[in-house]
Design a protein around this ligand. Structure first.
Ligand code: MN
Length: 280
């Protein structure tokens, strides 16, 4: 039986400064919303003012998590301690599994003054927090897109929609990550595993879900159920649709490190201070 999810929580993104001074809008990892298990952070760095973003994210460490960067416009240049370097361009995704440790740099490069993208942090289960780091990077043309019968244009970064599977695979929390555009009058519905956490980040226009009309820019956290239904009215809408399997494990977080215990955080800081981070 279909049980459409109702809305558990609507979050107004808060403006914060991160990295070397990047101005962005954060909707998970706030004093009022620490996490939505298994998701630890959601940042929106869309801006038409280069001064907001150019400071970037100089070389910094991560451990115990995955960072997912998805771009709409402009580029983010990156390089890291295991020898990768490249550019994440419009429509591309970088799914970075930090595992036991990585140092990397993420530097925005607006094009025509515009940079648009999002970063999601995904938790790793205790058993995978110390795995070797790895990357999955896909160009725009490698991310499949479909138009559903109900008129939704869907880019599938991870997960599956109407038999179309996204390129990001073998992630512990079995994620679905979609970029959904709804023209006026179109709708989007999807079956959602009952045990998954389900998020929607409405970043353009307005849409109706669970009997409620919402306007961009908002994060929606859905309640229990096995399906979602979202529709646009007289104007279009666009949103990220994200779901994954909760880990239900203790969270000890300190900046770019997310472990299970304070001792694991202390150990990480000791490694950093003594110059043996990231471990090889
Ligand atoms: Mn980073």
């Amino acid at each position: 039986m279909t049980e459409v999810r109702s809305i558990l929580r609507v979050v107004d993104p808060q403006t914060v400064r991160e990295g070397a001074g990047v101005k962005l809008r954060r909707s998970i990892a706030l004093p009022t919303l620490d996490n939505v298990d298994p998701f630890l952070l959601l940042d929106d760095f869309r801006s038409n003012n280069p001064a907001d973003v150019l400071a970037g994210f100089p070389m910094h460490p991560h451990r115990g998590i995955e960072t997912v960067t998805y771009m709409l416009a402009g580029n983010v240049a990156h390089r890291d301690s295991i020898g990768n370097a490249g550019v994440i361009g419009p429509g591309a995704v970088q799914w970075m599994t930090a595992g036991r440790g990585i140092l990397h740099e993420e530097m925005p490069q607006p094009v025509a003054g515009i940079l648009e993208g999002f970063q999601l942090w995904v938790n790793l289960p205790a058993a995978a927090k110390m795995i070797p780091p790895r990357y999955q990077e896909f160009y725009a043309e490698e991310i499949p897109e479909l138009v559903t019968l109900a008129g939704a244009r869907v880019r599938v970064v991870a997960g599956q929609v109407e038999g179309l599977r996204g390129p990001v695979t073998e992630i512990e929390i079995q994620p679905t990550y979609l970029d959904v555009s709804l023209p006026a009058g179109a709708s989007f519905s999807l079956a959602t595993p009952e045990d998954h956490a389900v998020l929607l980040y409405l970043f353009e226009g307005e849409a109706e879900m669970a009997g409620q009309w919402l306007q961009a820019t908002r994060l929606v956290v859905f309640d229990a159920g096995n399906a979602v239904e979202i529709r646009a009215g007289a104007s279009p809408a666009r949103f990220l649709f994200i779901m994954g399997k909760p880990l239900r494990e203790p969270i000890a977080r300190y900046g770019p490190f997310v472990m299970n215990t304070r001792e694991e955080i202390q150990q990480t800081l000791r490694e950093l201070r003594s110059g043996v981070f990231p471990p090889t």
